[in-house]
Design a protein around this ligand. Structure first.
Ligand code: FE2
Length: 237
């Protein structure tokens, strides 16, 4: 039997954007900027309020606006039978849509440094921490490996801990620019490695940003994604 709440959770991770009520001029459901689940200064001193405000209210908002523009233009191109224009728009949909998905996931996998969600991974994410320890010997070992992989990104991109489809195995992967995790892999947690995520505070100290991000990771959300995202459930439909 399919566990429906588990299945719903899994599907929500593959398409994490909130459905919005308002329609665009072409009749599409317009995407909207989701609110942050905490105040702009809640992640200090590890991520400054200035970074968070710009990152959310300017950068993420721009991806939302860009996605709505591209989707509207795509609808018009389909109506006009303009295949070349539809192909041209794929790049914008991928970039802005990926940016919207990735940031929507990112905000939810962050938490204030004093919170239980960030401070007590063994308590709020017992199954995930055990799986991480099995694979990387210790949580610390995993963090170091994650940092090594994420810092290997050339240019802009994202570092991810994903749960592999089928095997359920954990893997550290990167995606370029705003490419999201696609396919059946479940994004357990992601770290934005674009300069706009850290430069105003850390300048060229990208390694310090990756080290400090662990003070504000929401392990409860990570556990929910890890436990809820069981790809095998899909095959029982
Ligand atoms: Fe970003």
């Amino acid at each position: 039997m399919v566990n429906l709440s588990t299945l719903w959770h899994y599907l929500a991770l593959q398409n994490p954007l909130q459905a919005a009520g308002n329609l665009s001029s072409t009749g599409l459901t317009a995407q909207t900027l989701p609110p942050l689940p905490f105040a702009y200064d809640a992640l200090e001193p590890h991520i400054s309020a200035q970074i968070m405000e710009l990152h959310h209210s300017k950068h993420h908002a721009a991806y939302v606006a860009g996605l709505n523009r591209a989707l509207d233009a795509h609808v018009a191109a389909v109506a006009a039978g303009d295949v070349a224009r539809q192909i041209e728009l794929q790049r914008d949909i991928r970039f802005h849509g990926g940016g919207h998905i990735n940031h929507s996931l990112f905000w939810k996998n962050l938490a204030p440094p004093g919170s239980r969600e960030a401070k007590a991974p063994e308590e709020v994410a017992p199954r995930l921490v055990k799986a991480i320890e099995r694979q990387w010997t210790s949580l610390q070992g995993f963090k170091e490996e994650f940092g090594r992989v994420a810092l290997g990104i050339q240019g802009s991109g994202w570092g991810w801990l994903v749960k592999e489809e089928g095997s359920g195995r954990l893997r550290i992967v990167t995606t370029k620019d705003q490419d999201p995790v696609v396919g059946g892999d479940v994004p357990v947690l992601g770290v934005d490695m674009w300069e706009h995520a850290y430069y105003l505070q850390y300048l060229n100290g990208k390694a310090a940003y990756v080290e400090n991000i662990w003070h504000v990771i929401n392990w409860k959300t990570a556990e929910e994604r890890f436990v809820g995202g069981i790809p095998d459930e899909k095959t029982e439909l």
